[in-house]
Design a protein around this ligand. Structure first.
Ligand code: F6R
Length: 619
């Protein structure tokens, strides 16, 4: 949600603008309501900004070229305060002399009060944004301090809410100052040049050496220095790390979209998340957790908090976690958990699941859980993000950078990581024997080639999707672990194809949703394997018959060799067999491919669906 880039380089040339524009292109998935850049040139601050996608900013710069510079900032916006207009686009300028430019990600909650006082003092505002308040505050503080870092410190002391701010001042070329509270900012460490970004994608084309910043910290970069202080002015050090993926991983690599590439990367996302998790004796080892086995033995309740697709990964994992550990596991939307009165104490393990590690709702839920004394573990795909930093421990998924707004490979990696956590808990508490753990790990290890098999068979699903491009509504049914997969399949279709789609528990059908069935209504059904306990397979086959009898067009996802579905399916999408609890890693794939192909057939931008942004850093 809003992408931020900052750069300082060694000499005045074209580089600053190029670096920032390249960074914005890589961050555009964070928001695409408008884009803008500011740089310091001989005449002071030069700004170009335009509503709409980055292409509009490129045209604007083409029409009104910028002078070479060493120092630049850039922003791509997901609108919160003020519509997606040119005026509301960042950067915003501050000060009576208009020598300061500032960009922002987050929400300044007390902006209205601050704006009123600034207007009383004679400041004029050109936009409806909360950001412009920060620009004026930093600029005013600069007038008395003459130092951008100190000015930033004075300004952030007055702000409430969540923010990342970057500022440049015409009187201090070669300096970019950033500040962060509850919003992401990382430093890229170059040679003779340094970078700031909402995430490492901003500078991955230039350096893979990065530095994490803590909460409430201010960073000042020059071409050859990086210094960090806390909001109270005390010096501190950021944590350096090497980014384990390169620029190629954040490029389409010949695919028509990032989403298509990321769907295809799922065998690797699962395989890499499983990699190196067992010792020579076959025991599961989660070294990075760094939570004592004793603490894990005390746990008597698990709560998974997450949003969107990550929440569905939690809903999926619940079945396995409860089965393996025998600990009650609740799965809750982070924003609901945060604002009710949950029963959580020192014996509760709260697992947050987040691809970005920056989702504000999930972050707030984690903070709330810690205040209540819970043990917190973050399942996260982004190294050094805020949620893992604010948790007692982290288990990283290794899906690689996910750029498409609609989550796919992160989803399967999240399920995999939650399964690892569940199995580890079962092992530590003696709920599963080492033989059981080893055998489930072997079954998990066999999943990536099965996912590949599904991917190799998708031609017919693509055909069906193209044929259904003008559908008005599509329903998804599942039972047991197939239920969250039905929910996720529906979400994918909603968010990228803008088609009304709903997922239901197949058992719930007769309690209301069956009224939606009319002749020709397409319904995907995720069928459990014939060996699923409690004869769930036959129950779902009966559900298929019930909807077909009422005219539904049934699109059935069934295991190879499952003949019972044949008489009742208008289309059968075959997938390889796997143990029941692991099937979601396989059955989600056709639904992702279906949504992608249908949205593509409608001519939509599948990577940047309307109104959405990749990382939701506001509540
Ligand atoms: C849907 C999607 C979102 C995210 C949700 C949480 O395709 O991507 O629903 O899953 O916003 O995001 P993270 O995982 O970054 O916390």
């Amino acid at each position: 949600m809003c992408g931020i880039v900052g750069y300082v380089g060694p000499s005045v040339d074209e580089t600053a603008l190029d670096v920032v524009m390249e960074g914005l292109a890589r961050l555009e998935y964070r928001g695409y309501d408008s884009a803008g850049v500011a740089l310091i040139d001989g005449d002071g601050i030069a700004i170009r900004k335009r509503s709409g996608k980055l292409a509009n900013l490129r045209s604007e710069i083409g029409a009104h070229p910028l002078h070479p510079s060493t120092t630049a900032i850039g922003h791509t916006r997901w609108a919160t305060h003020g519509g997606p207009t040119d005026n509301n686009a960042h950067p915003h300028v501050g000060g009576r002399d208009r020598k300061l430019a500032l960009i922002h990600n987050g929400i300044i909650e007390n902006f209205h009060r601050l704006k009123t006082s600034l207007v009383d003092l004679g400041h004029t505002f050109l936009s409806e944004t909360d950001t412009e308040v920060a620009a004026h505050l930093v600029a005013t503080a600069y007038e008395s301090t003459g130092d951008l870092t100190e000015a930033m410190r004075a300004a952030v002391a007055q702000l409430e809410g969540a923010f990342t701010l970057l500022a440049i001042h015409a009187d201090q070329p070669g300096v970019v100052v950033g500040a962060r509270r509850n919003s992401p900012l990382v430093v890229g460490l170059g040679e003779g040049a340094n970078y700031l970004g909402s995430d490492v994608a901003a500078f991955i084309g230039h350096t893979r050496e990065a530095m994490e910043l803590g909460q409430d910290e201010i960073v000042t970069i020059t071409p050859d220095s990086v210094s960090v202080i806390r909001f109270d002015g005390t010096p501190t050090d950021g944590k350096r790390y090497h980014v384990d993926w390169d620029a190629a991983a954040a490029e389409k690599g010949g695919y028509s979209s990032f989403m298509a590439k990321e769907i295809d990367e799922q065998p690797h996302a699962i395989g890499d998340t499983l990699l190196g998790r067992t010792d020579d004796a076959g025991r599961l080892v989660l070294d990075e957790l760094r939570i004592s086995e004793e603490s894990l033995r005390q746990v008597d309740k698990i709560v998974i908090v997450a949003c969107g697709t990550a929440w569905y990964s939690g809903l999926t994992a619940k079945y396995a976690i409860e089965h393996w550990t025998r600990i009650p596991c609740e799965v809750e939307l982070a924003h609901e958990f945060r604002y009710r009165d949950p029963v959580v104490n020192q014996r509760t393990l709260v697992i947050s699941v987040s691809q970005s590690g920056e989702t504000m709702d999930t972050l707030m839920a984690v903070k709330h859980a810690r205040e209540l004394g819970a043990l917190t573990i973050s399942v996260c795909n982004t190294h050094g993000a805020t949620i893992p930093r604010e948790s007692d421990a982290v288990l990283y998924t290794h899906a690689g950078p996910e750029i498409a707004v609609a989550s796919t490979k992160a989803f399967v990696a999240q399920i995999t990581a939650c399964y690892l956590l569940g199995l580890y808990l079962a092992q530590v508490r003696g709920a599963a024997t080492s033989e059981t753990v080893a055998s489930i790990m072997a079954e998990l290890g066999a999943i990536p080639p099965k996912v590949q098999t599904v991917l190799d068979r998708m031609d017919r699903v693509r055909e069906i999707a193209r044929f259904m491009a003008d559908s008005r509504a599509v329903l998804f049914l599942g039972r047991h672990v197939g239920y969250p997969i039905a929910l996720e399949g529906a979400l994918k279709l909603k968010e990228i194809a803008y088609i009304h789609a709903e997922g239901f528990a197949a058992g719930e059908l007769k309690h209301g949703p069956i009224a939606l069935i009319e002749p020709g209504q397409p319904v995907f059904v995720v069928v459990p394997g014939p060996d699923t306990p409690h004869d769930l397979h036959s129950k779902v086959v009966s559900n298929i018959q019930e909807i077909r009898a009422r005219g539904a067009r049934t699109l059935v996802i069934a295991e190879d060799g499952d003949e019972a579905v044949v008489p009742f399916a208008d289309e059968i999408i075959r997938v390889p067999a796997a143990p029941t609890l692991l099937m979601p890693l396989i059955t989600i794939v056709p639904l992702q491919v279906f949504a992608l192909e249908l949205a593509t057939a409608k001519g939509l931008d599948v990577d940047q669906p309307r109104n959405l942004a990749k990382s939701v850093t506001v509540e």
